[in-house]
Design a protein around this ligand. Structure first.
Ligand SMILES: [Mg+2]
Length: 250
């Protein structure tokens, strides 16, 4: 089904579509979804992230004296679960993201694991580390979310290890609850806000300076998964998006 939907989109871009269809297709970022679903490079980057994560856990285990329990914190969407089919539905229907469409997708509990994520979670568990999932899915979506994760046998897919969004989308408070009890070995996510609240503000130079100041943490304590489909990076891109692009020589 996923393949059929993707092929349909590819055809729409090739057969001289009507302006409305073409506009809808363009607006919904077909290329980014195609890259996630059909590029071997995306898949390789996911493996690269999780291979590096495993290396860092092994380094931690070599010196861990077990006096304090340790854990890895994961985001869920586009970190362990692939929601690109939901993006495809939006494209075909000419719709932008909507709460209604998202809830319908989550309710299906049919997202598949991001490449390498399940194996890494199982590796973490085999080595006596706990896993916590800190997500901005809501408590209303928790049952379907856990069902989806349990379908693939993600470890610790239970309510004690799932921190959903309540009053704020910021994750710092939820992370701190975990950090008070566990030594957090790694944080894994597709949005920089999955790692630290300093990344939430992108109003100055798109947040580049913050990333530069913490550059040594990437691939060390912060493991980043690629997500070209959506994210906080789109927030400053209001108005004519082309005006934000940097031409050669600048
Ligand atoms: Mg995410």
């Amino acid at each position: 089904m996923k393949q059929l939907l993707t092929i349909t989109i590819a055809l729409l871009t090739l057969i001289n579509p009507s302006p409305s269809v073409a506009q809808a297709v363009t607006d919904q970022s077909v290329n980014s979804v195609l890259w996630v679903q059909k590029s071997a490079e995306y898949r390789a980057l996911c493996y690269q992230a999780y291979n590096l994560a495993e290396l860092r856990v092994k380094e931690y285990l070599a010196k861990w004296d077990k006096t304090k329990p340790a854990a890895v914190i994961f985001d869920i969407d586009e970190t362990i679960l692939d929601n690109s089919p939901s993006e495809v539905l939006n494209i075909i229907e000419g719709q932008s993201f909507s709460d209604t469409g998202w809830k319908a997708w989550v309710g299906k509990a049919s997202a598949t694991p991001v490449a390498g994520s399940l194996e890494f979670c199982q590796f973490v568990t085999r080595n006596d580390l706990q896993i916590f999932y800190v997500t901005n899915r809501t408590n209303h979506e928790s049952t379907a979310t856990l069902m989806n994760m349990q379908k693939w046998s993600f470890p610790f897919a239970d309510r004690n290890h799932l921190y959903c969004k309540s009053s704020t989308s910021g994750k710092e408070m939820r992370r701190n609850i975990i950090k008070n009890q566990y030594d957090v070995v790694l944080l894994v996510g597709d949005n920089l806000a999955d790692f630290d609240q300093v990344f939430e503000d992108r109003t100055v130079n798109f947040g580049f300076h913050t990333v530069d100041s913490l550059r040594t943490e990437f691939g060390k304590k912060f493991i980043v998964l690629p997500n070209p489909m959506y994210g906080d990076w789109t927030k400053p891109l209001t108005g004519d998006r082309k005006s934000w692009l940097t031409p050669p020589g600048k």
